[in-house]
Design a protein around this ligand. Structure first.
Ligand code: C2E
Ligand code: CA
Ligand code: CA
Ligand code: CA
Length: 278
């Protein structure tokens, strides 16, 4: 038993060591990924449940690694946040999404594009100027941009976050709270923040109508949105039953595989045309 315990321990040490090396390697690769043009954005349509029109597109980052192929953002974003690489990468995302919004507007598809803003980016001194500058360069109206922030963004320095979000909102940009209900939801910050959208996290939508607790949480977020006059967006909608329930319950916008997976720009354009032609 002692022997095997020792082996187990050695395996554990080896695996921790490997994890550290892999993480260092990923940090290094991430720092070069921009100049190697390994990133691209995909766009997921946001659908109005009232009008059944596409009202927006969420930009989602993809990393095509030269050796490892496509790496999911859930894996590399936390690493990029810890190393600080998320700052230049996030600026690239913003740049690319604004360019896309401008291009779509020129082609007769003036959609609002939502960009995920990391807590690390929001902490940057220059973030407000950077965002406003990017809008200006691409000549798109601020109302065409939405920033998705998570509840954790408010935690480190509430006053700082409030100030920055107010400046962005005053410029005309809309703010969405992403993954709502999974973090440290507090009515205090919802009152202080210039927020217009609440996104119900997909973990509550997944088992909607199957799990009673999830259904109650979704209901509560929808009611909260209504009483605070915020548009509630449901993410991860996969079935017609979920869509029907959400729209009956008063949720206004939905996003999910039921409508479409995140798409390359060309496919997104085709999706919008086909969807609106229905
Ligand atoms: P998120 O912002 O909550 O994005 C929603 C995630 O749900 C996306 O995963 C999307 O592809 C996925 N999804 C959409 N519809 C469905 C559905 O019907 N069912 C299921 N099961 N999943 C669905 P993705 O693209 O892998 O992104 C994961 C997370 O990575 C995002 O979660 C976001 O937190 C982060 N992320 C992605 N792009 C960026 C970025 O440009 N900047 C930052 N800071 N974070 C990003
Ligand atoms: Ca998001
Ligand atoms: Ca989410
Ligand atoms: Ca998330």
């Amino acid at each position: 038993a002692k022997q095997s315990g020792q082996n187990h321990f050695q395996f554990y040490v080896a695996s921790i060591d490997r994890q550290i090396r892999e993480r260092r390697q990923m940090e290094k690769d991430l720092s070069q990924a921009l100049s190697r043009h390994e990133f691209h954005l995909v766009y997921q349509p946001q659908i109005s449940l009232e009008t059944r029109r596409v009202v927006g597109a969420e930009a989602l980052l993809r990393w095509q690694h030269s050796e490892h192929g496509l790496i999911p953002p859930d894996i590399f974003i936390p690493v990029a946040e810890a190393s600080g690489a998320i700052v230049p990468i996030g600026q690239w995302v913003l740049e690319q999404a604004c360019w896309q919004a401008a291009t779509w507007a020129r082609e007769g598809m003036p959609l609002r594009v939502a960009v995920n803003l990391s807590a690390v980016q929001l902490r940057q001194e220059s973030i407000v100027d950077d965002v406003l500058d990017t809008l200006k360069r691409h000549k798109i109206p601020a109302g065409r941009l939405e920033l998705e922030v998570t509840e954790t963004s408010f935690m480190t320095n509430l006053t700082d976050a409030v100030g920055k979000l107010h400046r962005l909102h005053r410029a005309g940009i809309s703010i969405a709270v992403d993954d709502f209900g999974t973090g440290y939801s507090s009515l205090t910050y919802l009152k202080k923040m210039p927020v217009q959208h609440l996104k119900i996290d997909k973990q509550f939508i997944q088992d909607l109508l199957i799990n009673e607790e999830d259904t109650r949480i979704a209901n509560t977020i929808i009611d909260l949105g209504r009483s605070l006059n915020l548009t509630v967006v449901a993410e991860g909608v996969e079935t017609p039953e979920q869509e029907y329930y959400l729209s009956q319950r008063g949720c206004k916008v939905a996003q999910g595989y039921l409508f479409s997976k995140p798409l390359l720009p060309r496919d997104f354009e085709t999706f919008v045309q086909t969807f609106h032609a229905q």
